[in-house]
Design a protein around this ligand. Structure first.
Ligand code: FMN
Length: 200
């Protein structure tokens, strides 16, 4: 399937048929994630493939009781690997310099003055699974499957359920399967509404 066709076809699915998702499809999705870009090619991500019914139910509970999640044959756990936090690195650390440039030293210092350093680090890494996750979603669509991003999630609870080590956090879930109904039409903003040329 051509890339634009996948992009146009991609819609969130929240109910799935009983048809299983093969390991081959999951491998292809993981391969699409593996090739995603990341800052400094850090690749600080990890992906869980959850098929166990009890775990899926527990994850659905941690996702604000969105129980439809547990109905998907596979739930992917999109995780970030937490590196050393920015309050602990040398002043010439490139990641620190980049973040000072982006947000200002004062804001970075403020985030890391929060007593729960791990949570500050989780916040800082929130975007890590975004690009590989969307690669996976689009690859699933190319096989006729559908999925849904789940960000309404108690990330600490989800990480606990999955028995993740201290330096890995599950930030999003992605239930995957064959959609049992077609998505309703959805409004998108026009290109004019979301674009500017040169200066505003
Ligand atoms: C980061 C992110 C988090 C999301 N979290 C949830 C969620 O917790 N539950 C849910 O039902 N949908 C969730 N969605 C799906 C959005 O509601 C959906 O993508 C949006 O309404 C557009 O619809 P479409 O995906 O069908 O184009 C999330 C989407 C994104 C990108």
């Amino acid at each position: 399937m051509e890339i634009m066709e996948c992009i146009k076809k991609r819609r969130s699915a929240r109910s799935f048929t009983n048809q299983d998702v093969s390991d081959e499809v999951i491998s292809e999705m993981l391969e699409a994630a593996r090739l995603a870009p990341s800052g400094g090619n850090g690749q600080s991500w990890m992906f869980g493939v959850v098929r166990d019914d009890s775990l899926k139910k527990q994850l659905a509970m941690a996702a604000g009781e969105q129980m439809w999640i547990a109905q998907a044959p596979v739930v992917l756990a999109l995780c970030a690997v937490l590196n050393e936090d920015l309050s602990a690195v040398e002043e010439d650390d490139f990641g620190l310099i980049v973040n000072h440039t982006r947000f200002g030293k004062e804001f970075v210092d403020h985030v890391y003055s929060y007593p729960d350093k791990r949570m500050a680090n989780i916040f800082w890494n929130n975007g890590v699974p975004a690009i590989p996750g969307e690669h996976m979603f689009l690859r699933a669509v190319s096989f006729g499957l559908s999925a849904c991003w789940v960000g309404y999630l108690d990330v600490r609870k989800a990480s606990e359920i999955l028995n993740l080590p201290e330096d890995i956090v599950c930030l999003y879930l992605m239930p995957v399967g064959y959609a049992s109904s077609e998505a309703k039409p959805i409004e998108r903003k026009s290109i004019e509404e979301i674009t500017f040329v040169d200066r505003w």
